[in-house]
Design a binder for this molecule. Structure first.
Ligand SMILES: Cc1ncc(COP(=O)(O)O)c(C=O)c1O
Length: 397
């Protein structure tokens, strides 16, 4: 087996440095825990950037992909396979009537949604898509164009024409941005990468009313919020409105790459054969994993557990807020929580990592807590003990 130093050298020599690597080589995971090449154990409160929503190597997912791997791993989509329609039916059953398209990642799901609304809009000469400032929709060229953060777009121009950004939560800004060329509005119900920003119910209701009035399609990027993360299977359910398109990825496959869109009745038949495709999309292995994720959520009352553990974690974070003056605000829904600081969070992330806790810092000063939805009270307590230690060290300096 290679040593950690050898592996780090190989990475530096042979893998493009598109990520800010931590010099740690992970080799094994189970539930909320991961182990590095030197045997050090970490409590993962950001498992797989919200991909491993059921924890690392969830037994239900492992069993399903083992079984499927020995039957049929991949078939191209010019043939039908057994599990793809079952997964589509499962998504529809938990959401709204329509049809799915399957792909392999979040950016690809958003790409499909954007192409679908463009095709729909092209029928009536409309093409403009309004997205939100501070949003994040992925790294393909259309997804960075849709992303309302300059830092992700810089250096990649010219971008895709026809996008506009408005302030998240500001209904007047949205009204003013709509023109006769506008065809769709796209947003995350809870902005993840943008700093755990939660939309208000009245904002969402007004947004939906504007979309209905102006015949605009509403796209919800549920890539991070979907699959139970907020205590509802999909976060749009908190707001009492239904989008025209929802995009999914991350937890959908429990660690196996899969993305999906669900388009409602109005637009689900807009694509014709040949309009859009994905070689790997919705392959039997990925569908088996996703069906296992749904099965576990359904059979284990996981949504209620997310609400309960989310409240518990939120309570613990609020307690820390009472103790440390540099904590500005705790916000989020379910097990998607953010802690805004008046200081930089990067150093806190590093110190937590040293002490064996993985969290995330986004937007420079927001600590993001998105643990496995199977997280236990005792794991939450352990994480909070480490955070408290780090905070008290910081306050002393
Ligand atoms: C809300 C949201 N949309 C899209 C993406 C992109 O997903 P992927 O990295 O699978 O392309 C992410 C990833 O962090 C995300 O959080």
């Amino acid at each position: 087996m290679s040593t950690t130093m050898e592996l780090i050298e190989d990475y530096n020599a042979c893998v493009m440095k598109t990520y800010g690597w931590n010099p740690i080589v992970m080799v094994k995971g189970k539930g909320s825990w991961v182990w590095d090449n030197d045997g050090k154990k970490y409590l993962d409160f950001f498992p797989g950037w919200a991909v491993s929503g059921l924890g690392h190597c969830h037994p239900g997912v492992v069993k399903a992909i083992k079984k499927q791997a020995s039957l049929l791993i991949h078939m191209p989509n010019n043939f039908m396979t057994e599990l793809q329609p079952l997964l589509a039916k499962k998504i529809i059953q938990h959401a709204y009537p329509g049809k799915c398209f399957f792909c392999n990642s979040g950016a690809e799901a958003n790409e499909a949604a954007l192409k679908l609304v463009r095709k729909y809009g092209n029928l009536t000469g409309r093409y403009e898509i309004i997205t939100m400032k501070k949003s994040f929709h992925g790294r393909t060229i259309a997804a960075i164009t849709a992303t309302g953060q300059e830092k992700y777009r810089e250096g990649f121009g010219p971008l895709v024409p026809g996008f506009k950004y408005v302030e998240f939560g500001n209904i007047e800004a949205l009204k003013n941005a709509v023109t006769e060329k506008t065809v769709a509005v796209m947003l995350e119900p809870v902005q993840g990468e943008g700093g755990i920003n939660v939309a208000g119910k009245s904002y969402m209701e007004s947004l939906k009313a504007i979309c209905d009035e102006k015949n605009l399609l509403l796209i919800f990027d549920e890539i991070q919020t979907g699959m139970g993360r907020t205590g509802q299977m999909f976060a749009y359910k908190h707001f009492g409105i239904v989008p025209d398109i929802m995009t999914l990825a991350k937890t959908l496959g429990g660690g196996v790459p899969i993305g999906a869109i669900l388009a409602g009745k109005k637009i689900c038949d807009i694509f014709s054969p040949g309009d859009h495709a994905s070689t790997f999309g919705g392959n039997p292995l990925a569908c088996a994993a996703a069906l296992a994720v749904f099965k576990f959520i359904e059979e284990n009352d996981l949504l209620n557990k997310v609400v309960k553990q989310g409240k518990y974690l939120e309570g613990k974070l609020e307690k820390l807020k009472g103790k440390y003056g540099f904590i500005r605000e705790i916000r989020g829904i379910g097990l998607m929580l953010g802690m805004e600081l008046s200081i930089s969070g990067d150093n806190i992330f590093k110190k937590c990592l040293e002490k064996g806790l993985i969290i995330n810092c986004t937007s420079g000063n927001v600590l993001r807590f998105v643990p496995s939805m199977t997280v236990t009270k005792s794991e939450i307590k352990t994480a909070m003990k480490i955070i408290n230690e780090v905070f008290s060290e910081i306050s002393e300096n």
